[in-house]
Design a protein around this ligand. Structure first.
Ligand SMILES: NC(=O)C1=CN([C@@H]2O[C@H](COP(=O)(O)OP(=O)(O)OC[C@H]3O[C@@H](n4cnc5c(N)ncnc54)[C@H](O)[C@@H]3O)[C@@H](O)[C@H]2O)C=CC1
Ligand SMILES: O=C(O)[C@@H]1CCC=N1
Length: 275
């Protein structure tokens, strides 16, 4: 099988999670190009993956790409793309996969000088270990071949879900793109609480980490049960869990989570207007 040449513009947290995940899954490093503004990250990548093509010159990095993954911060996107639309022959014919929050396909199309082959995605950093979750959207006239290619890249590093309305990508951000941060915060709060009770941090981290892995795996294995049912399985009447659950309910954990998700979506919508 001949793997497509994939260029990542931006070697930050998200891009690294995807291309390192792809390499782990067997995508040859010499069919991946990574460009970044600063050299430091590229030197480290070259050490880790000697056959990876790295460059600080975006035009050079995209020249022979089949797929260009746009992975700079949303605020940088326009300035990053502008020179490429004139410097790179046939640039607007390539397949673009954007991972940026808050930039619509229409906006990308205008930044890309009318390019038509665009898939908008919202991945997350667990892609690094093959456990990513990516939402994807493409306009109705996008070919199945392009959709399949974008899907196969993201499916190599996790699960994929296509949404039928572009607005739903902002819900994917709240549910998957941003949500690893929520889970880490929850775990961190548990760890800190244990440390406050006197436990050493290594043991506290191990307990919290393994309980989180076990719980998420159990939910995935027993997807026929609702999350409420799984909660009830743990909660003995008059027991310990019931006290913790009541504390969360009294503090309106669900309301707070809803507020956070709504704030996330609202910010994505605001960015779409600003950028
Ligand atoms: N971090 C995350 O969990 C997720 C991030 N995203 C999206 O991924 C994109 C990147 O975010 P992060 O990886 O978190 O940011 P980051 O700041 O870690 O990475 C961005 C990289 O782009 C490089 N860069 C900036 N301007 C450039 C230019 N003109 N040419 C080449 N490289 C340039 C920077 O040097 C940096 O290494 C954003 O659009 C964000 O919305 C999407 C899903 C999840
Ligand atoms: O915080 C952000 O804007 C990006 C998008 C999803 C995760 N990180």
């Amino acid at each position: 099988m001949l793997y497509p040449i994939v260029t990542f513009i931006g070697a930050g947290n998200m891009a690294s999670a995807i291309f390192k995940g792809l390499i782990k899954q067997g995508h040859p490093a010499d069919r991946i190009r990574v460009s970044n503004r600063s050299q430091g990250k590229l030197d480290a990548l070259k050490q880790e993956f000697p056959t990876l093509h790295v460059s600080t010159n975006n035009a050079e990095a995209v020249a022979d790409a089949d797929v260009v993954v746009l992975a700079v911060k949303p605020q940088m996107m326009e300035d990053m793309l502008k020179p490429l639309t004139t410097e790179v022959a046939g640039f607007d014919q390539k397949l673009f996969v954007s991972v940026a929050a808050g930039i619509s396909i229409a906006r990308l199309q205008s930044m890309l000088n009318g390019a038509k082959r665009i898939v908008r995605t919202m991945p997350n950093t667990p892609s690094l270990i093959g456990l990513g979750m990516t939402g994807l959207f493409a306009q109705i006239d996008t070919s199945d071949a392009d959709k399949n290619l974008a899907d196969s890249l993201m499916a190599a590093v996790g699960k994929t879900a296509w949404v039928s309305q572009e607005a739903e990508i902002n819900q994917v951000i709240a549910a998957a793109g941003s949500s690893p941060a929520y889970f880490f915060m929850f775990m961190n709060a548990m760890q800190k609480s244990l440390e406050g009770m006197g436990m050493d941090s290594q043991t506290a981290r191990k307990l919290v980490e393994q309980a989180a892995i076990g719980s998420s795996q159990l939910a995935a294995h027993q997807s026929d049960k609702t999350l409420t049912e799984l909660t009830q399985q743990v909660t003995s009447k008059g027991g310990t869990t019931a006290q913790a659950v009541a504390t969360f309910e009294n503090g309106d954990l669900a309301g707070l989570v809803d507020q956070a998700m709504q704030a996330c979506v609202a910010r994505a919508e605001e960015m779409e207007k600003l950028l």
